[in-house]
Ligand binder design. Structure first.
Ligand code: ATP
Length: 277
């Protein structure tokens, strides 16, 4: 099997510009009496890199589940890679979207060989079974493991890796299918300072690559926003506080409103930092 030949989702003929990879209109997600998301409107273009910021329980993971075709909205329209959710086979859509999350990481058996965790992504399975891989797959997996600094641990079992190595293995796996959209749910969670800085630098390099997919990064921490990210969506209690180009929407006032406490935001050396006012 070759899993590297995936269309790049370019502009449709006659269209004024590139088609959004994510488009949400009037989206609500309701569970019982709980409104997880309300009235979400959001559009992500192929060359954009978005950070989604918000406190615990704001609805960030729910938003990423929708964008990853792992959930349907209760109301409203979600279009992913030009397809409308509800009118498309999600099993055809999901390989075109790379997703990393704590929930997916928990499905990886600690005894799985790390190289197989990356390689098996094309079959949407965790770990190697009876699948057959061709030389292109093996070459791509090796290149991605090199790019994410985990080639040296390819033969180790996943359970023996450090948290930083695990996070980078998951991103390499998410990129294995050459996705048109990469969704990263709190990739910096649980990392020490060195691990975080290494991850931010690698994500900044990916953000700067013109051939890289559209990217959406969920985090609680402005310090984790990689240089090169272009847009921000700020969420609070399931609703959008602000959304748009990073330089326009990310400021102390919007951040204070999002997190519900008075904050100042600074950007020394191209990196953001926030503290209580
Ligand atoms: N099935 C469900 N039924 C009721 N409430 C739910 C359900 N799933 C999630 N929630 C609630 O919806 C809210 C949003 O959850 P979500 O995981 O999207 O938030 P989050 O912003 O990712 O939070 P965190 O930063 O803590 O990971 C939370 O209050 C959560 O408890």
């Amino acid at each position: 099997m070759s899993i590297s030949a995936v269309s790049s989702g370019g502009p449709s003929p006659g269209a004024a510009g590139p088609e959004p990879v994510v488009e949400m209109r009037g989206v609500d997600v309701v569970r019982g009496t709980a409104h997880l998301l309300r009235g979400i409107g959001w559009s992500v273009l192929p060359d954009q890199r978005w950070v989604v910021l918000g406190p615990n329980g704001a609805g960030k993971t729910t938003l990423l589940q929708l964008a990853g075709a792992h959930m349907h909205p209760t109301r409203g329209e979600v279009r992913l890679l030009g397809e409308t959710m509800g009118a498309v086979d999600v099993f055809e859509l999901r390989p075109r979207i790379g997703l990393t999350s704590a929930a997916l990481a928990q499905r990886i058996q600690p005894g799985e060989r790390t190289g197989d965790v990356v390689l098996s992504a094309g079959y949407a399975v965790v770990g190697r079974g009876r699948e057959r891989y061709d030389i292109d797959d093996l070459t791509r997996a090796a290149a991605l493991m090199h790019q994410w600094g985990v080639q040296a641990v390819a033969h180790r079992s996943f359970g023996t890796l450090s948290e930083g190595e695990r996070k980078r293995v998951q991103i390499a796996r998410a990129l294995m299918t050459d996705p048109e959209l990469l969704l990263l749910d709190e990739p910096g969670a649980g990392l020490d300072l060195g691990g975080r800085e290494d991850l931010v630098a690698r994500l900044a390099a990916l953000a700067g690559s013109p051939s890289a997919p559209a990217q959406v990064l969920v985090t609680h921490h402005v310090e984790e926003i990689p240089p090169g990210y272009t847009h921000a969506l700020l969420l609070r209690e399931g609703a959008v506080v602000a959304s748009g180009p990073l330089a326009q929407v990310l400021n102390g006032e919007a951040l204070s409103q999002t997190f519900g406490l008075p904050l100042t935001l600074e950007r020394p050396g191209g990196r953001y930092t926030a503290r209580r006012r």
